[in-house]
Design a protein around this ligand. Structure first.
Ligand code: BGC
Length: 764
């Protein structure tokens, strides 16, 4: 396996410039603050291989769909998260020559992502053709304290010469998406302005009409003393800048601080965008870089205090988990229910930055245990707010109830591969499962009354209309689907889909009972509003009872789908190494005919409905499916790791943990250049807390079954559970649970009940 970064517990370090792999490093060096983020692009001009990427949460474009053959029901557009105004740009000239790292002679290059304090640093020495050496140090951060702010400190130090320096801090809105379907540009200019020391640019997206203003101010210092500048003011189409020229003496250090404020009409009135951005950037300028950075790094300190996982004795595993936790926090902070978590977050274009089932299946548990419950609740409300569109989506397909989109920005389906859009319907169950998960974890039944029941009812209606009754066999079947395993399409009776569909309806019936018993008035209102009849509920119960769930009784396993055993059975270990990853080496047709499984499918069901299956069943299914799984979705290894931990396959659990934790750092799937796998990062967290820690909540009781990989001396994590804050430390022969906040309560450890008094500690 190629080694891309140095092992360090708190940092991601690229040593020496890797021009051919720059896109991979750009992904790895991404930073964000939940409202905007960007890849690890360089501030100065760069003619090498790069994917310029600056993203603003919720700002997207409905790019015209591009398919070979139009099929009725296709969504009209494929939403793209937009590459927005490049606001970090600082063109630099030294002695008349443009600084371009793809062309210059560069020594001692380091690009460092500091995860503890949330900044990106680059240091290097540039030597020109006359042997003149200049040291560079460039640092930037996206403020966690003020979501509209970013700041850069750009320093140069001529080592053996006095330099004529030209700095041009700029805003460039003439940007494109690499994945634009028709090479169109998505932004048009609305307003621009530049004067001495301040410039801004306002742009609007075509069609969606998101308006974004970037305003920038800067200050130049020489050896710590402020330098008065007399810049050339530059205004061009979609571009504003100031060009400053000055002399930097040998051995002295010139630093340009560039402050940027970004406002959008998602948060401010359109006619206030400029004044607000200018106000924010003026204030940032007056506060100065150090003060802004302190406020920012204090926020990060708080995040780490609450959600760090500390592993002793295995720096590579430690780096992996911190990288994952860092990016989860860069991507989503949970204060806006209109936002969600794109599979690539702010680190690339692929997957359009849209919302997938990933959020409900993988991310909810992370936020449930590491933050205030309002954050997970906001993620659920996001789907509630899209319920009408999901109903419309089901109607379009000739079905009842609500079918949530597989991929969305605003509730509308915006993906256009038929096998996914029309067939990967299991996403509906994940959305219902997230409601169950949230209520079970937090005990917040008010959610069911206010929002949850509506979603459960409409998703159940969808399932009932989507399955068909087979009178000969007296069962309900779901035909023509794609399960989580996208390496099979249009299959009949995918065990996971059928099982989760039946579970979805069953849970709806249980919630109906609960509401009827405890909140009768509200229940009656809901029954009336949703027009639920006794007959309908009886039909739901019938579907739950008679849902067909394929099994191979001889092997003692659940069947991936009806036709799975007709396929030639092969194992991943018998494939030639050169054939992997299959999705880059085999034709699609060959993949579809093969038995190879992309990601957890049956195992995903065993994980979700964990308490319904015994260890023997989990073991048999694991033994059968893991050797056939290529884990070519980043979402796969974490689920297998959790089940491996549960069934006592410790080495396998550890191996799969490393695969999920270091998926991007080690570029396992050969695709880190596109961006990072943000949603699977939440899965990495799950593989420690749910996998190694064995955390489950059954009927409102928290239970833990910790195990520790041999390679680790100890690990610890914190979890928020209801009003309790717990710290769990697992050593080779001891588990320590510290009850740091909250009232007295009972929990289970290794199936034994313990009473945990407020502030107390248990050693086991
Ligand atoms: C996976 C899906 C997932 C999507 C976005 C695909 O490769 O198969 O399950 O939702 O990526 O992460």
């Amino acid at each position: 396996m190629a080694k891309y970064v140095n092992v360090d517990e708190w940092s991601i370090i690229e040593e020496n410039l890797h021009l051919n792999e720059n896109k991979i490093y750009e992904s790895l060096m991404s930073i964000g603050n939940g409202h905007m983020g960007m890849r690890g692009n360089f501030e100065e001009d760069f003619s090498g291989s790069t994917l310029q990427g600056t993203y603003i949460a919720g700002v997207y474009y409905p790019d015209k769909t591009r398919v070979g053959w139009w099929k009725n029901g296709y969504p009209e557009y494929f939403a793209k998260v937009l590459n927005s105004t490049n606001f970090i740009g600082i063109s630099v000239k030294l002695n008349g020559e443009v600084v371009d790292l793809a062309k210059a002679k560069i020594n001692n290059f380091k690009r460092i992502l500091n995860m503890r304090e949330g900044y990106l640093l680059r240091t290097f020495t540039l030597t020109d053709c006359e042997g003149r050496e200049t040291n560079f140090e460039v640092k930037r951060f996206f403020s966690m304290a003020e979501k509209e702010l970013a700041a850069i400190s750009y320093s140069i130090e001529p080592v053996n010469h006095t330099a004529e320096v030209e700095f041009t801090p700029y805003l460039d809105g003439d940007v494109m998406n690499e994945d634009s379907n028709y090479d169109e540009k998505f932004w048009s200019e609305v307003d621009k302005f530049a004067e001495n020391g301040l410039f801004h640019l306002t742009q609007k997206t075509k069609k969606t009409e998101f308006v974004v203003t970037c305003a920038s101010k800067y200050a130049l210092f020489n050896d710590g003393n402020k330098v008065e500048v007399n810049p050339e003011v530059i205004v061009k189409p979609q571009y504003t800048a100031n060009k400053i020229t000055f002399k930097c003496e040998k051995g002295s250090k010139a630093t340009l601080y560039k402050y940027i404020a970004v406002t959008s009409n998602r948060y401010f009135e359109e006619n206030q965008l400029v004044s607000k951005a200018v106000e924010l950037v003026e204030k940032a300028y007056l506060d100065g870089y150090d003060k802004l950075f302190r406020a920012h790094s204090e926020k990060w300190a708080h995040i780490w205090k609450e959600s760090d996982i500390v592993i002793s004795g295995d720096p590579s595993a430690q780096q992996g988990i911190r990288f994952n936790i860092f990016h989860m926090n860069c991507t989503y902070t949970g204060d806006d229910p209109r936002l969600n978590i794109g599979p690539k977050g702010f680190t690339g274009e692929k997957y359009g930055g849209s919302t997938y089932w990933d959020t409900e299946a993988y991310c909810i548990p992370f936020y449930l245990s590491t933050s205030d419950q309002s954050i997970a609740r906001n993620l659920l409300i996001y789907r509630y707010n899209h319920l009408e569109k999901a109903k419309e989506n089901a109607r379009k397909l000739g079905l009842k109830g609500a079918l949530y989109p597989m991929v969305t920005m605003n509730g509308e389906e915006c993906h256009n591969e038929w096998e996914i859009t029309f067939e990967e319907i299991h996403r509906n169950a994940a959305i219902s499962y997230a409601i169950y998960n949230y209520v079970n974890y937090t005990g917040d039944e008010s959610y069911l009354q206010e929002y949850g029941f509506d979603v459960l009812v409409e998703t159940s209606r969808f399932w009932v209309s989507r399955c068909n009754y087979n009178p000969k066999k007296d069962v309900y079947m779901i035909l023509g689907v794609t399960g989580p395993n996208e390496y099979e399409n249009n299959v009949n009776n995918n065990w996971y889909t059928n099982t989760m569909a039946a579970w979805n309806i069953e849970y709806t019936l249980q919630v109906a009972e609960l509401l009827k018993d405890k909140y009768a008035n509200r229940y009656n209102e809901l029954v009336k509003k949703l027009q639920i009849t006794e007959e309908e509920m009886a039909q739901w119960a019938d579907v739950v009872k008679k849902m067909y769930k394929p099994e191979d009784k001889e092997l003692g396993i659940f069947l991936q789908q009806d036709g799975y055993m007709d396929k030639e059975q092969m194992l991943v270990k018998d494939l030639p190494k050169e054939d992997l990853p299959l999705n880059q080496k085999w034709s699609w047709d060959r993949i579809l005919r093969s038995c190879f499984i992309k990601q957890a499918d049956v195992l995903q069901g065993l994980y979700f409905l964990n308490d319904r299956f015994d260890l023997e069943t989990k073991k048999k299914n694991f033994d059968f499916y893991e050797p056939r799984t290529v884990h070519e979705s980043s979402l796969s290894p974490c689920i297998y790791s959790i089940i491996a931990a549960e069934i006592g396959y410790e080495e396998k659990a550890y191996e799969l943990y490393l695969r999920t934790a270091r998926l991007d750092l080690d570029n396992y799937n050969n695709d880190s250049d596109d961006g990072l796998h943000i949603t699977s990062m939440a899965g990495t967290w799950m593989s420690i807390v749910h996998g190694f820690g064995g955390l489950r909540v059954v009927n409102g009781t928290l239970s833990l079954k910790p195990f520790i990989p041999k390679a680790w001396e100890q690990y610890s994590f914190k979890i928020v559970f209801r009003d309790h804050l717990l710290k769990v430390t697992v050593k080779q022969n001891e588990t320590i649970i510290e009850h740091q906040e909250g009232s007295d309560f009972e929990l289970k450890i290794n199936d034994k009940v313990y009473a945990l008094a407020k502030g107390s500690t248990i050693n086991i």
